[in-house]
Design a protein around this ligand. Structure first.
Ligand SMILES: NC(=O)c1ccc[n+]([C@@H]2O[C@H](COP(=O)([O-])OP(=O)(O)OC[C@H]3O[C@@H](n4cnc5c(N)ncnc54)[C@H](OP(=O)(O)O)[C@@H]3O)[C@@H](O)[C@H]2O)c1
Length: 366
């Protein structure tokens, strides 16, 4: 069957066909569709040097192939989503694109025997919201191999309160612990602590008994960060200034999603044998450091890539996010937006205005 653009009845802004086809290897069973012929989605489309953004009505046939159809209830706003809707963002690989690198909802049709209709599931990473339409849509169709069934006790809203950022935080904590970190080793630093990765890492580490220090550029967030479990707060200028190649050994471990000048600070203050889990570049991508932390203190720079994590490991980690890695106060420090009010969150996350996470109420009314 064709997946090319087609006209759909319009009740919103645009009247021309909306999407080019996007293709996947997975066969699509056209008989299974339970997605309405037309539904709402937030779309980003490159027009000249700019990106046009807003809610449009799209057709079921505009969605790419996949074995599982999901009614999206919640999505979230991650730094990458902000980039995917900017002309200079270098994230979107197709245009028009339905952004949203994560989603949670209910299965409405499935050609996979392991995934049942009615099941609560989530999906994130791989190509979602980058080279394939993502979570800012009332319905999505995804390959079965991308689907994570939600563990008991984790609702779709909970899942997106964690979202890709929180998943990456959990991944970072697990990577540090698999390398041997324990609470008795000493203080652990979390940078960009008011943001999605940072705030969730802080909460998980504190719950696991670590003495966690939070670095933030927002002094007025200190109280909230202490409530999340921070034992101490560092101002951003304390973790971004120039320094000697090696400084006093301070941190037994660190979670960093800021990069830029912050990661070099972390490296030169890690204790002998300690590690930092590096996942992001909210402050910038360039890394200028020396080799001394590596060759004189044996510290390790652990790279975190949530996008390509194999599905079996992804499912295991999500199961732990429902149990021993479940962040404290899950869902409390979230600001809800809808497809119609996404814009401020998408812009705010890029400008560093995050205070907790933004979650997107897509399909759930209550
Ligand atoms: N590798 C992966 O798989 C993966 C997965 C998820 C996210 N990431 C990356 O991790 C980074 C953080 O993502 P996120 O969703 O947590 O974003 P976020 O919610 O916006 O958090 C980023 C935080 O970084 C701090 N920050 C420091 N310098 C900044 C600057 N110059 N501009 C903006 N923020 C600055 C801010 O916290 P303070 O004000 O408290 O300092 C900000 O809240 C992004 O680069 C994202 O792409 C990577």
């Amino acid at each position: 069957m064709s997946h090319g653009p087609r006209m759909v009845p319009q009740r919103s802004v645009r009247r021309q066909p909306l999407f080019r086809n996007t293709t996947l290897d997975a066969p699509y069973d056209g008989a299974m569709t339970a997605i309405p012929a037309a539904f709402r989605a937030y779309v980003a489309e490159k027009v000249g040097d700019a990106v046009e953004r807003g809610v449009r009505e799209v057709a079921e046939t505009d969605l790419p192939p996949g074995e599982v159809e999901i009614r999206v209830l919640w999505s979230s706003v991650n730094y990458k989503d902000g980039l995917a809707t900017r002309a200079d963002g270098k994230v979107a690989r197709i245009s028009p694109l339905i952004p949203g690198i994560d989603l949670a909802g209910e299965v409405v049709a499935s050609a996979d025997p392991g995934i049942a209709v009615g099941q609560a599931v989530l999906a994130h990473g791989y190509e979602l919201g980058v080279s394939r339409h993502g979570g800012y849509a009332e319905y999505e169709r995804v390959p079965a191999g991308w689907v994570v069934p939600l563990a008991a006790g984790l609702s779709p809203r909970d899942a997106m309160s964690i979202g890709t950022a929180g998943f990456t935080a959990a991944m970072s904590v697990v990577a540090l612990e698999e390398r041997g970190l324990t609470p008795s080793d000493g203080p652990v630093l979390v940078t960009g602590a008011s943001g999605g990765v940072g705030g969730t890492a802080l909460a998980i580490l504190a719950d696991r008994g670590y003495e966690v220090w939070a670095a933030t550029g927002k002094p007025d967030e200190a109280e909230r960060l202490r409530a999340l479990g921070a034992a101490g707060i560092l101002a951003r200028d304390e973790v971004t200034g120039d320094g000697k190649p090696l400084e006093s050994e301070r941190w037994a471990g660190a979670v960093d999603a800021v990069g830029a000048a912050t990661l070099p600070y972390v490296l030169r203050t890690l204790r002998i044998g300690a590690a930092v889990a590096s996942s992001g570049n909210a402050g910038g991508a360039k890394l200028e450091t020396t080799v001394f932390p590596f060759i004189l203190r044996g510290v390790a720079l652990l790279g975190m890539d949530s996008v390509n994590m194999p599905i079996h490991r992804r499912r295991e980690l999500w199961d732990r996010l429902a149990t021993d890695l479940r962040p404290r106060d899950l869902g409390v420090y979230c600001t809800e937006v809808t497809l119609d009010t996404l814009e401020t969150a998408l812009d705010g996350i890029i400008s560093g205005a995050a205070r907790g996470r933004w979650i997107v109420r897509v399909g759930e009314s209550g």
